[in-house]
Design a protein around this ligand. Structure first.
Ligand code: MSP
Length: 502
């Protein structure tokens, strides 16, 4: 047992939540839920990134003040997360006073150490990325991510002396070989550092919508240096040392590959400059593509979570993204894929097992679920499935964890097919087979609860257990023999009605 601190990127409030944001957030939520099951002290942080030129411009376009724009969009993120059953421990907004205090304290520290100096900067800037680009990085003058022209900006700014940190970063990554996953992304980060690091412009005078620089009020911090600090604010940086030290640096940052440079190069350097340890783990995932392209509002291919939840339900949505988009590479979203996975794994495998077993308990055991056998043929499968699932969750591989868990469902269905209890007379043989199946369902309900909390609670209830699987603790809850027998088993409507697509 330990602590598990997991973060999502904080989302810009210029855009409504789409399934790309949901993908990262559902993954973080599932990991947090898994770690709660194993008894870790969990802190799961998400939130919104509310400053910067992008937000200011979007607010102007909408006829709103930046604060109003931030308030409205931040609510939309909270609504989306509540729809998707996201159990975060804290939702941070960068406009909160606690965050302003943390940003100012951290950067004052770096300034005091002599690593922030004034200088003039001129460069090509993509407002959507809130980042400067070198001319060679642009595609015909367009930002490579947003495909829109970069704008020429010139400013007298404060610079962070990133160039001084090249060797220290390389040494740190050498000493921490598992800090970035997957390996290919670690190599990408090391490549960026080895190319040579230039000092970074970290303040702006061209806008007011930001955190004021404490030593020079004509400037606000550049949105990224304000944003990254959210990970420290929420655990009490500068205000609650005991809490801060409990969670830092043992953090797991989940990020998309578009923000690798900020998290894997700039962020650790800023932390080192402030006398803090870099983040222990950064897990980088690919884009969710729609029709082969990254989803975004500018490309008009954004899909909102509610559109899909209407068809496959919250747990169908969560399961699909966790199971079908392996964490790491890009993943192509398709509606056909969503429905196919739902029908195969949820309507057929899990849904059928539950309805079959509850119907048979009704007809063969007067509705009272029998206990499992102490040495069932399924016991070894359950043990292997638990081991494989646990290892996969630890590796931040939800897709593999769920694949492993579904093996128990498939083998239990196969076991029923082989034993054919529907053909047999009621008696000890039938009780044994059905008791084993109920026990398998109990274990599946625990192991799949991080992915599908509501559906697993319903399986739990239908097989007669009280409380909820999320209150159980692993590994005990996965050990064979936990279903006591003698409980009322309820038949009910299909848990996952089959979806027919025309
Ligand atoms: N505000 C910054 C992050 C600051 S973190 C200190 C930002 N925000 S964002 O809203 O534009 O994107 C945040 C994250 O959303 C991405 O890194 C990624 O994790 C996720 N995604 C946004 N679009 C996505 C896809 N199409 N596919 C997968 N993830 C996507 O960057």
């Amino acid at each position: 047992m330990g602590t598990f601190y997991v973060t999502t990127p904080i989302y810009y409030v210029n855009d409504a939540p789409h399934i790309g944001h949901a993908y990262t957030t559902v993954t973080a939520d599932a990991l947090a839920r898994w770690h709660r099951l194993v008894g870790d002290e969990v802190f799961f942080l998400t939130g919104t990134d509310e400053h910067g030129l992008n937000v200011q411009r979007r607010a102007e376009a909408n006829g709103l003040s930046p604060q109003e724009q931030a308030d409205r969009t931040s609510e939309r993120f909270k609504d989306a997360w509540s729809l998707l059953n996201i159990a975060y421990d804290d939702f941070i907004r960068t406009t909160e006073p606690r965050h302003h205090r943390a940003v100012q304290a951290l950067l004052q520290q770096v300034h005091d150490s002599g690593d922030i100096e004034m200088s003039t900067y001129e460069g090509l800037y993509c407002v959507s990325c809130e980042a400067y680009y070198g001319e060679d990085e642009l595609e015909d003058g367009n930002c490579p991510v947003h495909k829109r022209p970069a704008e020429l900006f010139k400013e007298d700014n404060y610079f962070f002396a990133l160039s001084r940190y090249q060797q220290r970063l390389l040494d740190w990554y050498e000493a921490h070989p598992h800090a970035i996953t997957p390996e290919s992304k670690r190599n990408e980060a090391l490549g960026l550092i080895r190319q040579g690091l230039q000092d970074l412009s970290i303040t702006r005078t061209s806008l007011r919508w930001g955190v004021p620089v404490p030593w020079d009020r004509a400037h606000v911090f550049y949105v990224w240096y304000d944003a990254l600090v959210n990970y420290l604010t929420a655990i009490g940086y500068g205000e609650d040392d005991e809490r801060f030290n409990r969670f830092w640096p043992a953090v797991h940052h989940l990020i998309g590959k578009d923000i690798l440079r900020f998290h894997c190069v700039y962020w650790p350097a800023m932390l080192l400059a402030a006398g803090l340890e870099p983040p222990q783990r950064i897990h980088v995932h690919g884009y969710l593509l729609v029709g082969g392209e990254k989803m975004s509002k500018t490309r008009l291919n954004a899909i909102g979570p509610a559109d899909l939840v209407a068809d496959v339900g919250v747990d169908g949505f969560r399961y699909h993204f966790l199971r079908d988009t392996p964490f790491g590479p890009d993943g192509d979203f398709s509606y056909e894929g969503l429905v196919a996975r739902y029908n195969a794994d949820l309507a057929n495998n899990l849904g059928n097992l539950l309805s079959r077993v509850s119907t048979l308990v009704g007809s063969k055991c007067a509705g009272i679920g029998p206990a499992p056998r102490p040495h069932s043929p399924l016991e070894a499968v359950a043990t292997e499935v638990y081991e494989a699932s646990a290892q996969a969750w630890d590796r931040v591989a939800p897709s593999e964890a769920l694949e492993a868990t579904w093996r128990l469902i498939r083998e239990t269905n196969a076991h029923l097919e082989a034993e054919e209890p529907w053909k047999a007379e009621p008696g000890p043989e039938v009780d044994a087979v059905l008791g084993d199946a109920l026990e398998a369902l109990r274990i599946v309900a625990v192991l799949a609860t991080p992915a599908m909390p509501a559906a697993c609670a319903e399986v739990w209830r239908r097989i007669g257990l009280s409380g909820s699987p999320s209150e159980r603790r692993l590994p005990d809850a996965a050990r064979w023999g936990g279903y006591p027998g003698g409980l009322d088993v309820q038949k009910g409507k299909p848990l996952f009605p089959r979806i027919h697509v025309d």
